[in-house]
Write a protein that binds this ligand. Structure first.
Ligand SMILES: Cc1cc2nc3c(=O)[nH]c(=O)nc-3n(C[C@H](O)[C@H](O)[C@H](O)COP(=O)(O)OP(=O)(O)OC[C@H]3O[C@@H](n4cnc5c(N)ncnc54)[C@H](O)[C@@H]3O)c2cc1C
Length: 343
């Protein structure tokens, strides 16, 4: 008999299961396809901060989430014996000429807001670490807060850690009983919207590509809305598209060619890198664009843990700790703007 059943084995469901199992709860995860079959089974894995300005609850929470991520993934690696591909190697962003003053002002704000944990530095492009880049202004921002992990490896490490802790991860259409947390991604947002008769969110499809280039210690790059993320396995991930209308949730198309062409313009070292794989998934985007968590209105004993949208990997471990407080101890510490309420 489990204390808690978690529906969905994406990063949200698995991180919550891990938090609860670490606290001694008997946890059962039920996944209708396979662990990582949803948007958590992708290629990119950038854990990148919001800009250090106009601080609010969401940005402050994300900062704390990034700060605790290193410890979380080191522990998961130790418990499971599997490498999640996590490293805090920073991020380089080429600057347009009209963005230089803004970048310096953000550097000053980061000194205060990031509390000495990490820096937002403005550097000449010739001094930028990692892969050579073109920067229109001759300058880049290098932040030391950004990290990356490899989504599939991170999911496998969490499953391994859960098995080690005695939690069960099952696949199939089994109906849950007892206390239930629905961490079922964009389909869960659709179910919730249907049940409550209101639009609480939907899916936003994303496509991405992995290229073969071994530079595992290079910082990630963010330029013109594109993430270029080197991983430990000799690949560099490129992402992503953002598509609200789609017929095929997992299909890839010419949009991937455009991603690769754009990445090669930004980073010429990728011109000779061959394509390894393409992948598409559907992000769970709550109407608020923020995480969505709390009791399922009108369903006693049922909870919702959703809304990771574009930064689910960055947020999941910190959110999971708060969700575990709620579900196991009845302690509601949900950050402002993240709570599911009756529409
Ligand atoms: C192209 C792309 C790139 C991205 N890049 C990044 C990035 O760089 N950094 C970052 O932080 N985030 C990124 N994201 C977002 C991130 O992937 C998501 O925020 C995160 O995966 C959401 O996790 P989840 O567990 O809520 O959902 P999912 O991973 O979708 O998991 C939900 C699971 O529930 C299962 N399920 C559904 N219905 C049921 C049911 N009734 N019963 C049982 N199981 C069910 C599904 O099969 C699925 O496995 C990206 C997303 C995409 C698509």
């Amino acid at each position: 008999m489990a204390d808690l059943t978690i529906m969905g084995a994406g990063i949200f469901g698995l991180a919550l299961a891990y938090s609860c199992a670490q606290r001694g709860a008997r946890v059962r995860v039920i996944e209708k396809r396979a662990p990582g079959a949803g948007s958590s089974g992708g290629l990119v894995g950038a854990l990148a901060p919001h800009v250090p300005e106009n601080w609010n609850t969401k940005k402050a929470f994300q900062f704390e989430a990034l700060r605790m991520a290193g410890g979380f993934w080191a522990e998961v690696a130790a418990v499971s014996g599997r490498d999640p591909g996590y490293a805090r190697l920073g991020r380089v962003q080429p600057l347009a000429s009209d963005k230089l003053d803004l970048a310096h002002s953000r550097a000053a704000q980061a000194r205060d807001l990031w509390q000495g944990f990490a820096e937002w530095r403005v550097l000449p492009v010739t001094e930028a670490p990692g892969l050579p880049l073109d920067a229109p202004s001759g300058w880049v921002v290098h932040d030391t807060l950004s990290a990356r992990l490899q989504p599939r490896k991170a999911g496998a490490a969490l499953v391994g850690a859960l098995q080690h802790l005695g939690a069960s991860v099952e696949t199939g259409d089994t109906a849950p009983d007892g206390v239930v947390v629905w961490a079922t991604g964009y389909e869960g947002l659709q179910d919730l919207s249907r049940d409550l008769g209101a639009d609480l969110g939907a899916g936003v499809k994303g496509q991405s590509v992995a290229l073969a280039l071994s530079c595992p210690d290079a910082p990630q790059i963010f330029a013109d809305g594109l993430h270029i993320v080197p991983h430990t396995d000799g690949t560099v991930a490129i992402g992503s598209t953002s598509e609200r209308a789609f017929d095929d949730p997992s299909g890839t198309d010419a949009a991937c060619d455009a991603l690769v062409a754009q990445a090669r313009r930004i980073c010429p070292a990728l011109c000779d890198a061959s394509e390894v794989s393409r992948w598409a998934g559907v992000r769970p985007r709550a109407k608020s664009r923020a995480p969505l968590m709390g009791a399922w209105p009108g369903r006693a004993g049922h909870f919702v843990f959703n809304g990771g949208f574009k930064i689910g990997f960055a947020m999941a471990p910190a959110l999971a700790a708060i969700m575990a407080d709620l579900v196991l101890d009845g302690r509601d510490a949900i950050p402002e703007g993240f709570r599911l309420t009756t529409p």
